[in-house]
Write a protein that binds this ligand. Structure first.
Ligand SMILES: *Cc1c(COP(=O)(O)O)cnc(C)c1O
Length: 457
């Protein structure tokens, strides 16, 4: 069918395995360091936060890790997700490029995040954990984990960045609908939160602070609670690879293979999810797909950050990892893409970027919303502000192909829908959207506070 637009897999095509990049990555992983001793962590330290099954996935070098049937059963509620060819956008751009997108907004929570939330809830249930703690920025991760924990009968405590808690009441209501307890962060439930509130009772919070509170709540629970993480950690990236595995089959149905695979990066999980299976094809099967990560100019950790060891959170309680960082003290400007406001990046993505296997670009908020509106008017779908960063880059690729008269095959991941982000669209449409440069001064200040790690010497 030459005008086919949707490429739909059968339930029987639901992946049975997650793909572990550590089996094929040409760059060895750096050690994860203890935030207190600055020495490599033992599984004991991580086991305060995570069940052993997840820790074993982080250190595994098996190429394929079987997806438990209990997890696949819930995946079937929304997977395989559709892949579409954006024919109307191609026409609007008058480009010879073919543009495809994988639509992860088709999950019940509206983003790719349930792919790992369901797995984490399952392994915690298996370890007989009754409560998970977590942070959420814009609310996407909190609602995914709330949904997943509800399915497995686990309670969830969500520390939600205070500005979002106030500005996005409906995300909070969605989490509560699934049964979660949601607290504005900084909160009075942790020592760290109390110390910040003593300084400033109206503290707006940040993702780094909310992570610290969720980690403290789990670490001080005497083993009763563990911590759920929405991005950055290797097991999260692993769980997201169902996106790329399905996309490979769907591109095959379309009879094409992508020249470039694009997605937005916050902590890097949805990008890894679509890109790592294509990277495997590059590394093992001689394919030459470019892999392009797209970040906001307001928090450009790959394109502007330094590749060094830094804390994963603001209170310096989370492990130290080697990554492209803007400094754990850096609080990014309040862009609408809350999921992209993180000071660091998944270490495995950083290592691959450093070695030249991945490309990165930073785009501005205004240009991102220009792309979001153009996409919504051409294709009908209103993207999450995070996803719109990938759309900006995909459109720029298509325009570049047009300028060069090339037929380029572009695949991007549409990580979520924007139905809870209409306030952001309102500010764009009323001409009030702020644009942000690279916040160089704030980054320089934060970079002065990096930990002095002598390992490895
Ligand atoms: C959380 C989120 C992101 C960013 O997180 P990654 O781990 O980098 O994928 C991107 N898009 C959406 C819709 C999100 O909810």
């Amino acid at each position: 069918m030459s005008d086919q637009t949707r490429f739909i897999l059968n339930e029987s095509d639901l992946p049975k395995f997650w793909y572990n990049i550590n089996a094929d990555s040409p760059v060895p992983p750096s050690p994860v360091l203890h935030p207190g001793t600055l020495e490599p962590v033992t599984p004991d330290f991580l086991s305060v936060l995570f069940p052993m099954d997840l820790i074993l996935q982080v250190i595994s070098t098996e190429r394929y890790i079987e997806i438990p049937e209990e997890v696949r059963e819930i995946y079937r509620l929304y997977r395989p997700t559709p892949l579409l060819r954006a024919r109307r956008l191609e026409k609007a751009l008058d480009t010879p490029a073919h543009i495809y997108y994988k639509y992860e907004g088709a999950s019940p929570a509206g983003s790719h995040k349930p792919n790992t939330a369901i797995a984490q809830a399952f392994y915690n249930k298996k370890a007989e954990i009754k409560t998970l703690t977590t942070e959420t920025g814009a609310g996407q991760w909190g609602s995914a984990l709330a949904m997943a924990c509800n399915f497995f009968g686990i309670e969830v405590e969500v520390y939600m960045v205070r500005v979002s808690y106030n500005q996005k009441p409906y995300r909070r209501v969605l989490m509560e609908t699934y049964g979660a307890q949601v607290y504005a962060s900084p909160s009075d439930r942790t020592n760290y939160g109390l110390s910040l509130l003593a300084e400033n009772p109206d503290h707006p919070g940040s993702l780094g602070i909310a992570i610290s509170e969720a980690v403290e709540a789990a670490a001080t629970s005497n083993g009763a609670k563990k911590y759920g993480i929405g991005s950055v950690f290797d097991f999260v990236l692993l769980h997201q690879t169902v996106i790329g595995e399905e996309s490979l089959k769907q591109m095959d149905m379309a009879g094409e293979y992508p020249d470039v695979v694009i997605s937005c990066v916050g902590g890097g999980s949805n990008f890894a999810g679509i890109a790592f299976p294509f990277l495997r094809e590059n590394l093992k099967n001689g394919k030459r797909t470019r892999l392009l990560a797209v970040e906001p100019t307001a928090a450009p950790s790959l394109t502007k950050g330094v590749y060094t060891f830094d804390f994963g959170d603001t209170a310096r309680m989370a492990p130290i990892v080697k990554m492209h960082t803007l400094g754990h003290d850096f609080i990014p400007p309040a862009i609408h893409a809350g999921g992209l406001r993180y000071h660091g990046m998944a270490p495995s993505i950083c290592a691959l970027y450093d070695a030249g296997h991945i490309e990165a670009v930073a785009v501005r908020q205004k240009a991102t919303f220009d792309a979001a509106i153009q996409f919504a008017r051409a294709e009908g779908l209103v993207p999450a502000p995070e996803s719109a960063h990938g759309i900006r880059a995909a459109i720029d690729e298509a325009l570049d192909a047009k300028a060069k008269g090339e037929k380029r095959v572009i695949l991007f991941n549409l990580s979520g829908h924007g139905h809870f982000d209409l306030a952001a669209y309102e500010s764009y449409l009323s001409g009030k959207l702020e644009d942000y440069d690279y916040p160089e001064e704030a980054v320089n200040e934060a970079m002065a506070k990096l930990p002095e790690v002598s390992f490895p010497a």
